[in-house]
Write a protein that binds this ligand. Structure first.
Ligand code: AMP
Ligand code: GLY
Length: 417
């Protein structure tokens, strides 16, 4: 096993901070760079000022610094073809090509793969014509789920309780083109608790990670608008071993096999956003990357070597993983106004007093000060022997952080506590 690896992590949020911390624990890694990183990541890696979609600059950096492995965090970098460009130069990259990443970037492509390879998901149709979409919605039961077909940072989904709401959403996405030239997927509503099943995938090989549950809505009680995710925890007690096995075989393995059969083999993290219906687990969405904030509660539970796992996937080898029984529960501190508009540049105090892992999601350093620099700003992750302990730890430590412009949910993990 070769040592002294140099790794570049592409991204600058909490997920990348968790990836950097997991790599730091690997005895095989001795240098970690992060592009562009943030104020917290800078404590754990050397940050380089390159944007995640600046493909040429990243490829140049990897070549000229002798990087052994590039780990790509955000979907925008995947969709920009970063992995394709690195591989074209013979450089190792953990993440799917932009063709395979369409499982996330195109909802319609994802639905086609699921239909063809028998992956359980809601019935759907795709439209670019407003009148036809509206006619279809009216032919289906309520609620109706309307999804913009493209990347919309987790905000392009409307669960419409009435036909008027559905019409307004279709108008927004197809006629007003709020996210760009529009196409939508309209699908049936699935009922049940949601969970996130992330698996490292290499062609037909699947290496499952620990389960997590995210909290997409902005406010307590699952109220308010959809966000990128306001908190997460792992393990998820309601996902029994039996449900996990079903999800592994009937969802992740079938999707991986399907992508390989279509000539777009997947390499990287295939993230199943799943819902536990009365009929069993079904797919809400696939992502082509680590989830944020799930990664911050899942990777700390990995006891085996994270670099080995990534390298195994890139080289197509088998790899056993080991997981701790500890529980992790993390709460996101977000800027007041998020996911709408919010203020940036507000000072955060008290971070040095916090006795828990703090992942930086959107922060910036200004001399000695740490400032807010995004919608989701920090994630405080409590650890314990069980979720109750992890929850108590997270709650106690959050109190130490002083920043007038941050808010957070107080009910993360409630379904499992
Ligand atoms: P997505 O961006 O596709 O993950 O959707 C965001 C959120 O919308 C999900 O986390 C669900 O809460 C909700 N959602 C999406 N599709 C469905 C569906 N078919 N049935 C019920 N809820 C859904
Ligand atoms: N937490 C959901 C996501 O990463 O898309």
């Amino acid at each position: 096993m070769t040592m002294n690896k140099k790794v570049l992590v592409v991204g600058g949020g909490g997920r990348c901070h968790a990836i950097v911390k997991a790599l730091k624990r690997s005895p095989r890694v001795d240098k970690i760079y992060c592009a562009p990183g943030n104020a917290g990541i800078a404590e754990d890696a050397e940050c380089v000022a390159i944007g995640v979609e600046d493909v040429d600059a990243i490829v140049n950096f990897v070549r000229s610094n002798g990087i052994d492995m590039t780990v790509v965090g955000p979907e925008a970098a995947l969709a920009a073809g970063l992995v394709n460009a690195l591989e074209a130069e013979g450089l190792k990259a953990f993440g799917p090509t932009k063709e395979a990443a369409r499982i996330e970037s195109s909802k319609e492509f994802a639905k086609q793969i699921m239909a063809k390879y028998n992956v359980p998901t809601a019935a759907y149709e795709a439209f670019d014509d407003f009148d036809k979409a509206l006619e279809y919605v009216k032919s289906r039961p309520l609620p109706a789920v309307i999804k913009y077909d493209g990347l919309a940072a987790g905000k392009g989904v409307v669960v419409a309780m009435t036909y008027e709401e559905a019409e307004a959403a279709l108008r927004d996405m197809l006629l007003d083109e709020s996210f760009g030239k529009g196409r939508v997927v309209v699908e049936d509503f699935l009922d049940g608790p949601e969970f996130s099943f992330m698996c490292v995938v290499s062609g037909n090989k699947v290496y499952p990670l620990a389960m997590a549950q995210d909290h997409k809505r902005a406010y307590d009680g699952d109220k308010g608008p959809n966000t990128g995710g306001m908190g997460a925890y792992s393990p998820v007690p309601f996902v029994t071993d039996e449900i996990r096995e079903t999800a592994l075989k009937e969802i992740i393995q079938r999707a991986a096999d399907g992508l390989a059969a279509e000539g777009v083999p997947f390499k990287g993290v295939l993230y199943g956003g799943l819902i536990l219906t009365k009929e069993g687990p079904e797919v809400i969405e696939f992502n082509a990357r680590f989830g944020d904030p799930e990664t911050e509660v899942v990777l700390p539970r990995l006891e085996s070597d994270f670099y080995d796992l990534i390298e195994a996937a890139v080289e197509g080898r088998d790899c056993e993983t080991r997981w701790s029984d500890d529980a992790y529960l993390g709460v996101v501190l977000a800027s007041e106004g998020y996911p709408g508009s919010y203020k940036k540049g507000v000072e955060i105090k008290g971070l040095d007093k916090v006795n828990a892992e703090v992942y930086h999601m959107g922060t910036k350093r200004d001399g000695q000060k740490i400032l807010t620099a995004g919608g989701r700003v920090l994630m405080v992750v409590g650890k314990g022997k069980n979720l109750e302990e992890a929850n108590a730890a997270a709650k106690a430590e959050i109190e130490k952080i002083e920043c007038p412009s941050l808010f957070h949910r107080t009910d993360i993990g409630k379904a499992s506590l």
